[in-house]
Design a protein. Structure first.
Length: 166
């Protein structure tokens, strides 16, 4: 093997390691944000689930392919879900998405188990802190208009009518 082949192999290896490290760092920001919110209300931490990542990535890719990276359609799948849309012109992260969902906790009234006012979508927050949800997987897609679509999937799903999250 020549020097050029060795250098080329080394460059490919470094690129693969950098990609893996970047993906791992992204996963950790999703999981850390969720688990920080959960710790504040005394529910157990979640774990990262590759099958939920794959599910969320398929949905995000389908949204991109359909040129419909908006938050309109539920996946109608077996998991809980939170979705985030970030406008073009910024590199949106998992941390941005999770922070936006957790910020909606201010609209959740634990005494009445309702969103106050009812027009506020605090269900994205209650899904994050749902006591029985134990695993999480998130994925993102850059849309044709350069916006960003992020989806997190939760198993088992939360937001069961008539039950409180914690």
């Amino acid at each position: 093997m020549g020097v050029e082949s060795i250098v080329c192999s080394f460059v490919v290896l470094l690129a693969l390691l950098a990609h893996e490290a970047s993906a791992q760092q992204g996963n950790e920001s999703y999981l850390a944000g969720h688990n920080e919110a959960r710790s504040l209300v005394g529910v157990p931490a979640m774990v990262w689930d590759a099958s939920l990542v794959a599910y969320a990535q398929r949905y995000a890719n389908a949204q991109r392919a359909a040129n419909s990276c908006r938050l309109l359609q539920p996946s109608n799948g077996p998991y809980g879900e939170n979705k985030f849309w970030g406008s073009p012109g910024k590199r949106w992260s998992g941390e941005d998405a999770v922070s936006s969902w957790v910020a909606l906790r201010k609209f959740y009234n634990a005494r009445s188990n309702t969103c106050v006012p009812s027009s506020q979508p605090c269900g994205v927050y209650t899904q994050i802190v749902w006591r029985n949800t134990s695993s999480l997987g998130c994925a993102s897609s850059v849309c044709p208009d350069n916006s960003t679509f992020i989806m997190c999937s939760y198993n088992p799903p939360g937001n069961i009518r008539g039950q409180a999250p914690f």
